[in-house]
Design a binder for this molecule. Structure first.
Ligand code: NAP
Length: 369
């Protein structure tokens, strides 16, 4: 029986992965081993299969005995472990949520609803490193792969609105703590109908600027504000998060010639789900119904929301989409710049298609080979 190691299962992505695997009845037909960087010897999670106590995620000998490693632990762990493990001659499958290995020639970015052909070719060619894509990139392709593959798209500009959970479990806690502090300090100013707007605003601004405001993880306030910078700076004024948009999307779909994709990535105070406002430059005037048909052809999870106020407010929000596999796209309309420029807004659960789901499906695909 194949042995599958799970590293990082306690984090945000790992927890969602386990939840999805339980829901789909995936814990059967293999022997799971759970690893930890903080609690060696602790109890493994309940998954309906016997598993030994938590093993040390840094123990290369233990990892070498596995057929598959699924890591949701993060880039530092991948950097510290993947190379040394391969250097020992380990030939198992490495399935990872971190970005570290994504752009390597000997790794494939997995998003099987849109690039199963690319994955199959990589497996046949002997590739053993299967890496989940950046969350916003994967979510964009879940709705845009159809139009791109149909040759309709000249370029895309994506302006993102990314949730706090995209930064991990500790950041989610900090967002809620920030909200809590705002509420505590506002006190009755937030509930008394006689409160003047300016009094409430001054109170909130004072809290946001006070030393007591909890900003350890994000570095600056997120609740009642936003952060127009994600990850580190790279060349040409971009952030690394923005750089990923072009390089990863083109690698995922194996596009040649490439389709330029660029924009700004912004962290906002939503808890879960990443949203993006897209400007889509089409190669020709494409009537909206034809574009919608191409979007629907992307895969069964791409869902169109009519460009109407009630439908948009009800269906095109993080609140509606969180916890579901649907990736929604709406606000579709030709822009003032010409009919070959289309505006759209899309939202999807970044912890599902943007992180855990491609990993879960790759593991299944690999074990079923
Ligand atoms: P995370 O929540 O910070 O979890 C990573 C590890 O942190 C856990 O496995 C756990 O390791 C440790 N940890 C420390 N304190 C914790 C706490 N209070 N609760 C839970 N775990 C805690 O990171 P993540 O967001 O899942 O991201 C993992 C990787 O996936 C990263 O490379 C990230 O870039 C990538 N990714 C994330 C998202 C997303 O939306 N979050 C999307 C796509 C890709 P031990 O159990 O060993 O202590």
């Amino acid at each position: 029986m194949q042995r599958v190691g799970f590293v990082g299962w306690r984090g945000m992505v790992g927890s969602v992965l386990l939840e999805r695997m339980r829901a789909e009845g995936d814990f059967r037909g293999f022997e799971p081993v759970f690893f930890t960087t903080s609690n060696v010897g602790g109890a493994p999670p309940a998954v309906g299969l016997d598993a030994p106590p938590l093993a040390d995620a840094g123990d290369l000998a233990a990892l070498s005995g596995l057929d598959v490693v699924v890591s949701c632990q993060g880039g530092d762990y991948t950097t510290a472990t993947h190379g040394p493990l391969r250097a020992r001659g380990w030939r198992g499958a490495w399935i990872d949520a971190a970005s570290t290995l994504r752009m390597r020639d000997d790794a494939v970015i997995i998003l099987d609803p849109v690039n199963r052909d690319v994955i199959d070719r990589a497996v046949d060619a002997g590739v053993r490193d299967f890496i989940g894509g950046n969350c916003t990139v994967s979510l964009m392709l879940m709705v845009m792969a159809g139009p791109i593959r149909a040759g309709m798209v000249e370029w895309i500009s994506s302006m993102t609105y990314q949730a706090a959970s995209g930064a991990g479990a500790k950041n989610m806690q900090e967002l809620v703590r920030q909200m809590q502090v705002l509420g505590e300090r506002a006190g009755t100013l937030a509930t008394d109908p006689a409160t003047g707007a300016l009094a409430l605003d001054s109170n909130v601004q004072e809290t946001l600027r006070s030393d007591a405001y909890p900003v350890r993880e994000f570095g600056v306030p997120l609740a009642a504000s936003l952060i127009p910078w994600i990850d580190k700076a790279v060349a040409d004024g971009q952030t690394r998060e923005e750089w990923k948009g072009h390089v990863e999307a083109n690698k995922i779909l194996s596009l040649s010639p490439e389709v330029p994709i660029d924009g700004l990535c912004v962290r906002v105070g939503s808890m879960r789900c990443h949203s993006q406002a897209l400007t889509i430059k089409l190669r020709r005037d494409v009537p909206i119904p034809e574009l919608e048909a191409a979007i629907r052809a992307s895969n069964e999870w791409a869902k169109i929301v009519p460009n109407e106020p009630d439908a948009t407010r009800r269906d095109l929000t993080p609140v509606t989409v969180a916890g579901t596999l649907d990736v929604k796209i709406g606000r579709l309309h030709a822009m003032r710049m010409g009919k070959d420029h289309v505006a759209a807004f899309t939202v999807g659960d970044q912890l599902l298609w943007g992180a855990a789901e491609p990993l879960r499906r790759m593991l299944k695909l690999w074990l079923a080979r």
